[in-house]
Design a protein around this ligand. Structure first.
Ligand code: SF4
Length: 212
């Protein structure tokens, strides 16, 4: 595997131009604060209908509140179509203490996650991959529009208020995120003795961009 990534599964894009593009996107991910970034082949992303069903059946508090969550997303069926069209996928993650994930700082972290995914997507689009699509985690309604009564898009009162930041959650598409981490060669569970944390257990949040 080239491009200085930790992925163990993909041979990388065949042509030189795509290889340069991948290298640039991975560099961008790190520059924006990712702790890990890798390129994998789209077919390596495991999608499971049962995981997408959890959004509705598990009665997620964010269900239906934004266009980035079910039932407003195309779900596993739509994602599989995108997988077939995509040339490759950029996966990244950002580490944070487990304490952060269970504190008020989590909102800042998740906003940042969506924003990084959006920036990688936009860079890919600028590079000629015009249908590239970013996926992150969390609900943009909760993260960006928590003080608004409704999502502007769903209420048809206007355009998205955060088009440069808000991106859909991987959950609604049934993406198996832990499996995705494994495909990238990253431990899905990081502990202090791995040398990535001093005191608290270190955890992570992840995003992904299909390059189309
Ligand atoms: S306006 Fe945009 S950021 Fe706000 S909830 Fe709707 S889609 Fe999400």
């Amino acid at each position: 595997m080239g491009f200085g990534t930790k992925s163990k599964c993909s041979d990388g894009p065949a042509d030189n131009e795509a290889a340069v593009q991948v290298k640039g996107l991975l560099k961008l991910a790190y520059a924006l604060g990712a702790s890990h970034a890798a390129m994998i082949a789209p077919h390596e992303i495991m999608v499971e209908d049962r995981l997408a069903d959890i959004c509705a059946n598990g009665r997620c508090e964010n269900y239906g509140l934004s266009p980035g969550c079910p039932p407003h997303v195309s779900g596993p069926v739509g994602f599989r179509e995108l997988q077939r069209k995509a040339g490759y996928a950029i996966v990244f993650r950002m580490t944070a203490s487990a304490r952060t994930l269970f504190s008020d700082e989590c909102t800042t972290l998740m906003r940042r996650l969506q924003e990084v995914a959006a920036k990688i997507e936009k860079a890919a689009v600028r590079g000629g991959y015009r249908e590239s699509r970013a996926f992150a985690g969390g609900s943009c309604k909760k993260l960006f529009c928590h003080d608004q009564a409704d999502c502007a898009v769903l209420s048809q009162s206007g355009e998205c208020r955060y088009p440069d930041q808000a991106r859909p959650s991987m959950s609604g598409f049934g993406i198996n995120v832990c499996e995705l981490m494994k495909r990238c060669g990253w431990p899905s569970d990081i502990r202090p003795h791995d040398g990535e944390a001093d005191a608290d257990t270190t955890s992570w949040v992840a995003g992904m961009v299909l390059i189309i």
